[in-house]
Design a protein around this ligand. Sequence first.
Ligand SMILES: Cc1ncc(COP(=O)(O)O)c(C=O)c1O
Length: 364
Amino acid sequence: MNIRHWVRPEVWNMAGYLPGEQPDAGRPFIKLNTNENPFPPPLPVLEAIAAADPAQLRLYPEPSSRPVREAAAAAYGLEAGQVVVGNGSDDLLTILLRTFVAAGECVAVPEPTYSLYHSLAQLQGGTFVGVPWERDWQLPLQALLAHRPKMVLLARPNAPTGHVIPVSVVAALCQQSPGVVVLDEAYVDFAADNGLALLAEHPNLIIIRTFSKSMALAGMRIGLSFSSVAIAEQMHKVRDSYNVNRLSQLAAVAALQHLASYQPLLQTIRDERQRLTVALRQRGFQVPESQANFVLAQVPAGGWGGQAWLAALREAGILVRYFGQDPALVNHLRITIGRPEEMAQLVEQIDRLLAMQSSSTPAP
Ligand SMILES: Cc1ncc(COP(=O)(O)O)c(C=O)c1O
C-alpha cells in the first residue's frame, strides 16, 4: 500500500523544515549553529523554575497563558488582550498562517530569510513567493506588493543575514499592504531598535518575539505575539487550547519580570559580535553588519567552499550552520555568537584551517 494516497499533497510534496543539529549531551561541541544564548538565564529565572511545585503538573496550565500575557503587557506597554503566547514563536507562525492564509492565497517574503516561512506556507496550501533582497539588503517593497500578498513575513533582524531595514520601511510596507504583515522580531533584543511603536498605527501588523535567543530559554519553548486585540482574539481560536505548559509559563513570567538582569549578557553578545565581525573580515571573510546574535560569513575566495569549512570546523569540535542548498547562501556560514572564550577558540581554529589551505592540504 502506498501511503501517498492518504497523505495531503501539500505534505507529500514538501521537503519539511530541517532544524540545526542538537548533538548528544556529553559531546563537547562549541555549539554555534542554532542561535541559542551561550549563557544560562539569570538567577531569578532559574529560581522561579526550581521553585515550581511538581504536584501541580497534574493540572492543565492556564489555557491562554494569562499570567504571561499580563507580564508581557506590563513589560512592553501593551494590553494583555494584545498578546498571544506560543509554544515558541514557531507555534505562533503556524497559528498565523492558519488564521490568515487560505489555500491558494499568496504569502510573500524577501529572501533569503527564515526557511520555515516557506514550509508553513506550503503546509497551508498557500502560494509562496520569495523575492530576492535588493542591493545592500534593501527591502524589495514594490516587488513584494506586486503579488498582492495576503501575508508578508519579514524577519527584523533578518535571518540568516542579521541585517535590519529601517523601521520606516516596515511602516511603509504595513501602509501599502493589502493583507497582514508579520514582523518577526526573534533577534530584536540584540538590535538597536524595534517595531513596537508601529502597532498603534497599523492594524494589519503582528509582531512576534521569542524567548529562545535573548532570553536564554530555547528549551522552554516560549514565544509572544503582539497585535490588535481583534487579531489576537482570532488567533486564540486557532491555537491549541493549552499550547504553553506550566513550567514554561512560570519561566516566561520570571524572565519578563527581570528583563534588566539580561542586559549585561546581551551587551557581552553584542561586543563579541563586533569583535568576531572584525576578526573574520581581517581573515578574508565577507561579513555584512549584523544586529542579531549571529553573523553570516562568506568564506574567503579561492580557498575551501562552505561545505568543507562546515566539515572542518565540525572536526575541530565547532558546530556552525551552512545553508548550501540555497544558491544565494552557497559558501556562507552562519555563526552564532558564543561566549568570549568560545569565540577565541573559533578564531584560533579558523587561523589553523586557513594555514592548512595555504599549505594546500586537501579539504576534509
Ligand atoms: C527568524 C526566526 N524566527 C523564529 C524562530 C523560531 O524561534 P522559536 O524557538 O521561538 O520557535 C527562529 C529560530 O531560529 C528564527 O530564526
